[in-house]
Design a binder for this molecule. Structure first.
Ligand code: PMP
Length: 368
């Protein structure tokens, strides 16, 4: 879709990357690191200062205690964290329960590890956790639950009750949970992000993944991290060793600095994205396009039927020609897209003028 946007000159609200830069001090720190010669392999588990900064961040925001030497691993983005977790923690035939729709690397990496996915569907309009279906998906072969909250692509954020339900399920069946929390700082309307690992019984069985890409608007840097109990982190590290070994030396001190930014950076970032959410939803609404209001992430799901399309894939193929806008069909995030064919996803991590221009263009084909 990004290639289509580039080819047609369309406004790209497809792929989820910001069109603005992260904190200037972080960018400057990376430039300085390169100038100072931080250009060779960093330690395999990551730069010690970055691992300290990650533990400080988990303590400051969530009260989580981690040993930076055994419970933290720097990864090449959360994408590598996901791959290394699946490869390191699954044996062929192991089943993985995961929320559907899901970020596309989940299916691929479960398959690479020889695992079998057991999707649990989130349904519009609220994409709430279907507890019974989740409990029913857990069977004798289940090894792992792969969670994502705040959730891409729906924008759903799991609340304490849902997390407690999942925790109880994981403890009862002695499961590992890998929780992808890359949008941890992007929750809106006062909805808190609660790391699953803070729930009773979970610290010893949870690998938490996050990434500087989202929190510091640097998706191209590919600095992520996995945290959790030492044995599980060691398993993830064993896989990472042969995926990339190490990554992004000069970006690591820069991300360490960014993680130590005052609370105001994180609060301002959250508010800025909430305002962008409201701007896009308001604009789409005024154009007559129905949306589902996300509580987190930088995505909003819209109903293609508002534009006269039953099929979101067809809409997304035609949208660049129709009015010069790119979105992503939700179908790509499902094993079985039945019931979700009419949904499309827009990203709102874009400059205000870009959001406004997209809305202006959509209005030319919208019902209003
Ligand atoms: N998990 C989710 C849910 C995502 O949306 C993304 C990015 N789109 C990632 C992981 C990947 O993160 P990174 O860029 O750090 O690899």
């Amino acid at each position: 879709m990004s290639a289509l946007a580039a080819r047609t000159g369309a406004v790209n609200l497809g792929q989820g990357f910001p069109d603005f830069d992260g904190p200037p001090s972080m960018l400057e720190r990376a430039r300085r690191a390169i100038a100072e010669g931080v250009n060779q392999y960093p330690p395999g588990i990551g730069d010690p200062d970055l691992r300290n900064a990650i533990t400080e961040h988990q303590q400051r925001w969530y009260g989580i205690d981690l040993d930076p030497d055994s419970q933290v691993l720097v990864t090449a983005g959360a994408t590598e964290g996901i791959a290394a977790a699946m490869l390191g923690l699954l044996e062929p035939g192991d089943e993985v329960v995961l929320l559907e729709p899901y970020y596309d690397s989940y299916a691929a990496t479960i398959a690479l590890a020889g695992g079998v996915r057991r999707p649990v569907r989130l349904e519009p309009p609220d994409f709430a956790l279907p507890r019974e279906a989740m409990a029913a998906a857990v069977g004798p072969r289940t090894r792992l639950i792969l969670l994502n909250s705040p959730h891409n692509p729906t924008g759903m954020v799991l609340g304490r009750d849902d997390l407690a339900f999942i925790a109880e399920l994981a403890v009862r069946h002695d499961l590992i949970v890998v929780t992808d929390e890359v949008y941890e700082h992007l929750t809106f309307d006062g909805v808190p992000h609660l790391p699953l690992s803070t729930l009773p019984g979970m610290a010893e069985r949870t690998i938490t993944l996050s990434s500087a890409g989202k929190t510091f608007s640097a998706t191209g840097w590919k600095i992520g991290w996995a945290t959790g109990p030492a044995e599980l982190v060691a398993a993830v590290r064993a896989a990472k060793q042969f995926l990339t070994y190490v990554n992004g030396a000069p970006f690591q001190p820069a991300v360490a600095d960014a993680l130590r930014l005052p609370d105001s950076y994180f609060d301002d970032f959250r508010m800025a994205l909430q305002t962008k959410r409201d701007r896009l939803i308001g604009g789409l609404g005024a154009a007559g396009i129905a949306t589902f209001r996300p509580s987190g992430t930088y995505f909003v799901v819209a109903d293609a039927r508002s534009l006269g399309f039953d099929d979101g894939y067809q809409l997304c193929r035609e949208l660049p020609e129709l009015c010069g806008v790119v979105a992503v069909p939700m179908q790509v995030f499902y094993d079985d897209p039945a019931g979700a064919r009419h949904l499309v996803r827009f990203a709102f991590c874009k400059r205000d003028e870009v959001l406004d221009e997209a809305v202006r263009r959509l209005r030319t084909i919208g019902p209003n």
